[in-house]
Each structure stands twice: as structure tokens, then as C-alpha cells.
Design a protein. Structure first.
Length: 156
């Protein structure tokens, strides 16, 4: 075997390896996208000293699923909450999970179901981005969906 033959073999091997890597990467990206589609993710800006913030978004799962958790590096904890009007009094409750019916959009919005970021580590200023990791359970398996939420003004 000549030196040039070895180089050609190495090139072929690298080309095959690159093709396999690209196929695996594309398949895992498509799988992540198949978990759920998220759009219009945003977080309300905070004022100095404020330790909680609301996060809102629209999520659509292609198959029946449940939102079972949320994480963010900007907060010690994040929880799924609901708001309801009971006898003229607004009440907020922690939810263990939020159903995501197959093919239907579910809105997390002010005065409704939403995400609470608790014990935030720094002020959230309008224009910044907040990473959120949504934990979605489908068919008994938990999957993560990464989202970048825009920080919007307190007045929005």
C-alpha cells in the first residue's frame, strides 16, 4: 500500500464518517422538533428587588403529551401555575403538569396558565433573552425542549 493510497482511504473513511454523523445529527434534530413546537416565548421584565417573574408561550405537541417541568438558569426554581377567578378573587395554584392535547396549541399567558420563575438570580431587563428548558412527557418518556424567551417590558 502506498502513502497516497492510505491518504485516499483516510479521505473515504472521513467522508463516510461525516455522512453518518450528519445523518445522526439531522435525525436527532428532527426528533427534538417532533416533541413540541414552541412560539412567542417571553418573560416579563422585573424591577429591582423583584424575585419572581412570569414566563409565557404557545406550545403545540404533535402527539398527546404533558408539560411536567421547567428549568431556567436565571431562577432557583421554575413551576407551572394556573390563575383563576374565584368569587372575584384571583387565585394562583401550582400545577404538577399541564396537558398538551395532540395537535392543539396551548397558550401559557398572563392571568391563565403560565410559568413562574422563582428566586430569580438577577434583574430581567427588556430586550434580554432567558433560556427555558421545558420538560415534556410523551408516552411515559421525558424529553427536553430548549427555548429562548424574550424579556418584554413590564407594561406589556
Amino acid at each position: 500500500m502506498t502513502l497516497s493510497g492510505t491518504t485516499g482511504s483516510n479521505r473515504r473513511f472521513l467522508a463516510i464518517l461525516s455522512t453518518i454523523w450528519l445523518a445522526v445529527w439531522t435525525a436527532s434534530a428532527a426528533h427534538a422538533a417532533a416533541v413540541a413546537e414552541v412560539k412567542d416565548a417571553w418573560v416579563r421584565a422585573t424591577v429591582p428587588g423583584q424575585k419572581v417573574a412570569g414566563a409565557y408561550l404557545e406550545i403545540r405537541s404533535l402527539s398527546a403529551a404533558r408539560l411536567v417541568g421547567v428549568r431556567s438558569p436565571v431562577a432557583k426554581t421554575a413551576e407551572i401555575h394556573s390563575m383563576s377567578n374565584e368569587g372575584g378573587v384571583m387565585k394562583m395554584r401550582h400545577l404538577d403538569a399541564l396537558d398538551l392535547p395532540a395537535g392543539q396549541s396551548v397558550r401559557l399567558e398572563p392571568n391563565g396558565n403560565h410559568i413562574m420563575l422563582l428566586d430569580i438570580k438577577r434583574p430581567l431587563e427588556a430586550g434580554a433573552r432567558v433560556p427555558l428548558t421545558l420538560i415534556i412527557e410523551q408516552k411515559g418518556k421525558k424529553k427536553s425542549v430548549e427555548v429562548q424567551a424574550e424579556v418584554r417590558s413590564v407594561t406589556e
